[in-house]
Design a protein around this ligand. Structure first.
Ligand SMILES: Nc1ncnc2c1ncn2[C@@H]1O[C@H](COP(=O)(O)OP(=O)(O)OP(=O)(O)O)[C@@H](O)[C@H]1O
Length: 281
């Protein structure tokens, strides 16, 4: 799956300034894409156009597959309690009643807000409400997940859950596009960065992928390795046709998950702590 913007222009209202002009962008499945730019540069607008919430005034948006979006501001005054809201959205996305309920409970649990399941959304604290906003997007397991400052207002445990959920989505072949004020957010998982300036996109440097600390080596055999791999491992082809990948140990779970889901299949021969002698072999 590739999500493609071609010559996209966006402005609010006729005669208004062009917020995006002539944007070309192609994003492949499995990517985790950071969008950055100054305040008011058009980051949220770009995410809304990708989400299909705002229509492009020029050009084409080709987004095959399902989409889920966490808006910068979540509408809090809805006539539902948290659990019913999530169930309702699951149903609206074509899940069965039983599956909607299962996923609603799963995410309420994962974000530590199961005890608020029966509270009307309008009475939830800001932080809990943000968890519901994030849960509604994750529950969909969409092909394209758009996160606009989704970490803001979450406690540390919930931020960790969201990081893990992004890893899972990308490992399962989804595409994640995010905006966040923290330049280190998802460092290591991010596969590309784009800067919005004057309505145009330009490549942005990625944050350092290498947290200090232990490293893990994974030896694999594959016809072809996925282009984007969590932790951006160093790749060392070896004489016997295998490839040795080395990442910060913090990214090894995400890397293995991605390798196990890869097409064509990747055979993992060995996993272990990386040492200066280059083990495991
Ligand atoms: N619904 C709207 N109607 C009119 N103008 C809008 C609307 N939404 C955004 N804008 C304007 O479009 C420009 C880009 O806004 P956008 O929210 O996309 O930027 P951003 O980079 O996400 O900003 P921030 O970092 O402050 O969230 C701003 O000048 C904003 O005022």
């Amino acid at each position: 799956m590739t999500v493609r913007l071609t010559g996209v222009g966006k402005r609010y209202g006729r005669g208004g300034p062009w917020i995006l002009r002539d944007v070309d962008l192609a994003l492949d499945a499995g990517g985790v894409i950071r969008i950055e730019g100054a305040n008011g540069s058009g980051k949220s607008t770009l995410l809304k156009v990708l989400a299909g919430i705002e229509r492009a005034d020029r050009g084409t948006v080709d987004a095959p597959g399902s989409r889920a979006y966490v808006p910068e501001r979540f509408p809090p005054a809805l006539p539902f309690d948290a659990r019913d809201y999530l169930r309702h959205l699951g149903r609206a996305r074509g899940l069965t009643a039983a599956e909607s309920l299962r996923r609603a409970d799963h995410w309420l649990e994962r974000f530590g807000i199961a005890r608020h399941a029966g509270t009307p959304i309008g009475r939830l604290s800001k932080g809990t409400c943000q968890k519901v906003a994030v849960a509604q997007a994750l529950l969909a397991e969409a092909d394209l997940l758009l996160l606009d400052e989704a970490w803001t207002g979450l406690d540390q445990a919930a931020r960790g859950e969201l990081d893990a959920a992004v890893t899972e989505r990308a490992a399962a072949g989804g595409l994640v596009v995010f905006v966040d004020h923290d330049p280190g957010r998802l460092a290591g998982l991010t596969t590309a960065g784009h800067l919005v300036r004057d309505g145009a996109l330009r490549p942005a440097p990625l944050p350092a992928a290498e947290p200090d600390g232990p490293r893990t080596a994974v030896v694999v055999r594959a016809e072809r390795l996925p282009e984007h791999l969590p932790g951006r491992p160093a790749r060392e082809p070896r004489a016997d046709g295998t490839v040795r990948l080395e990442v910060a140990a913090a990214h090894s779970d995400a890397l293995l998950r991605r390798l196990l889901h890869a097409t064509p299949a990747v055979h993992v021969h060995a996993v272990g702590p990386a040492t200066t002698e280059g083990t495991p072999s």
